[in-house]
Design a binder for this molecule. Structure first.
Ligand code: NDP
Ligand code: OAA
Length: 267
């Protein structure tokens, strides 16, 4: 018997995940949850990649073993909270949603009420295991820098007072806490929230976001120091063609999380 999943969102991450999940006998996509105005396009994708899936506007109350979210911050409140309350475990990519005051507690309370669990994936960043382990010994500083090509910052506050297409060199577009970064850049700074939740928390993690015309990748750097010692990690992630804001690694991270749910041995 395969695990029946509901996928929330069928954009760049959702579609790429469906392509990979076709190979998995142990995972069947039973539902794809999208806004009603995306039904027609999503039904075309489902016909090609997940013919057994129903395209719906809410997670079905019956017949779903696991929910995976790849839709955006608003989808956590709309779909993940009710699923958790019903007792369905959830895997979440839009970790930045937890930057809203009190929202992490709300998510935890929903999981407790449903006697289930919510898993925040590492997404586009690595070393979350090391950081979360280092926290146990005590962390002193954690800094995160996100560097993306100018076009990846389109439609964000980075456009205020500057022409992203005319940048002559690397430009710091934000400096502050992980909470502020994830709130102001909901489609670009989920990683800032993830690093902070694994480490020093949303308010004590320093974040810098940079628009850099010299890079073609999404470059993420984490520097951490504490009782364990220190580390510096730089990831140069290839963006998805369907969405330059999003790294391909986010898709692999979501698929890994699902595969680990069914694998007899997981890593
Ligand atoms: N943790 C990490 O490292 C990363 C996390 N992310 C998160 O993943 C999210 C998705 O990324 P990506 O696939 O690239 O984005 P896309 O914009 O390509 O796709 C988003 C999809 O979600 C749908 N959607 C939007 N709102 C809702 C909702 N309330 N309920 C159901 N479906 C909804 C959209 O439908 P429609 O087109 O009709 O709006 C679309 O199908 C990002 O917004 C970000 O929060 C992204 C990158 C890295
Ligand atoms: O995919 C990435 O490179 C990171 C990203 O968008 C985010 O942190 O929201």
């Amino acid at each position: 018997m395969s695990v029946r999943i509901a996928l929330i969102g069928c954009g760049a991450i959702g579609t790429a995940a469906l392509e990979l999940l076709r190979e998995d006998a142990g995972i069947s996509v039973a539902a794809i949850v999208v806004p009603a105005d995306a039904f027609a396009a999503t039904k075309d994708v489902a016909a090609r990649l997940a013919p057994g899936a129903q395209v719906v506007s809410a997670v079905p109350a019956q017949g779903i073993d696991l929910v995976v979210e790849a839709a955006g911050h608003a989808a956590i409140e709309a779909h993940v909270l009710p699923a958790l309350q019903r007792g369905t475990p959830c895997v979440v990519a839009s970790v930045g949603a937890l930057s809203a005051q009190g929202f992490a507690e709300k998510l935890e309370a929903a999981a407790v009420a449903g006697k289930t669990q919510v898993q925040l994936i590492a997404g586009a960043i690595g070393a979350i295991d090391a950081l979360a382990a280092a926290r146990i010994g005590g962390l002193e500083t954690v800094r995160y820098t996100g560097r993306k090509p100018p076009h990846a910052w389109k439609g964000t506050p980075a456009e205020q007072g500057r022409d992203l297409g005319a940048l002559a060199g690397p430009t710091v577009i934000f400096e502050g806490s992980a909470r502020e970064a994830a709130t102001l850049y909901p489609k670009n700074a989920n990683v800032a929230a993830t690093v902070s939740l694994a480490g020093l928390g949303l308010d004590r993690t320093s974040v810098r976001l940079i628009a850099d015309p010299a890079v073609t990748e999404n470059v993420h750097t984490v520097e951490a120091e504490g009782a364990f010692g220190n580390f510096e990690l730089t990831m140069r992630n290839k963006p998805l063609a369907a969405n330059p804001k999003t790294s391909a690694l986010t898709v692999y991270s979501a698929v890994r999380a699902l595969r680990n749910r069914v694998a007899p041995l997981s890593i």
